[in-house]
Design a binder for this molecule. Sequence first.
Ligand code: PCA
Length: 327
Amino acid sequence: MNFKITVAAAALALGANAFAQTKWDLPAAYPASNFHTENLTQFAADVDKASGGKLKITVHANASLFKANEIKRAVQGGQAQIGEVLLVNFENENPIYGVDGIPFLATSYADSKKLYEAQKPVLDKLLGTQGMKLLYTVAWPPQGIYSKKELASVADLRGIKWRAYSPATAKIAELIGAQPVTIQAAELSQALATGVVESYMSSGSTGYDSKTYESIKYWYDTQAWLPKNAIIVNKKAFDALDPATQAALTKAAADAETRGWKLSEEKNEWYKKALSEKGMKIVTPPAKLVSDMKQVGTIMQADWVKKAGPDGEAIIANFNKLKAAKK
Ligand code: PCA
């Protein structure tokens, strides 16, 4: 064989390899200006840089590629290689996904991180059985109650049209005698404008994104729970990457997790200020409203533990241990 041609062929092959590019779609369900999405965009840029341009991730914000509750199945089936999901949305599939939606189990950022630490091994295993991998999570800011009228207790919410985003938020409606209607964030502003929704629980973040201040006056800062978004990847797509690109992705994910949790906590303050500047009243909930809501939380936690079995018990036990150890 002609030596020159062999070298040239090898160089060509190397060159082609160096430029081999993988393109991934990342469906996400929240607007481009939301802090989760901004963090995702930074993550995609970090991956691009760290992989030397080998892995290009396109973030599709605002449920433009798949609806919020379709993203998980899309990643599982490989229609999208990677995606962002709200874990609590999948509680009916497996209670493990819903532990961070239990009212008053973990109500601060510090406790939410501990709950995540306790949940993570079980979550990893569960996603693994579904052909996926967990890359990172970021918590939403604490959840409060949006209401058109002043609230003294949950009795004031009876009969009201209540927007739910998850099985747990629908369950709350049931327990307080409100009428649940499930609406994801991308459709919320329209539902508010058309009067389909009169009240709901969520963060200041989603209240701001959906312009809730245009139809609702009060936000009761109950700090009831901090649900998490998770960035999950199809295992086959991950395994198809070369080891250096896998490492670049994993490292960018770890950075995005640290950055995202910090961002969430900082933006929580920003969102509350922004809402009050838009004319909303940010209210410390009265004692009766708190005790009523805590009662709801107690019922829901007991239900959850029953449903979640030994894995669930282990998560709660581990969480309590972490809380006791780090005080
Ligand atoms: N915002 C999302 C989920 C939790 C939150 O704070 C929503 O309301 O849909």
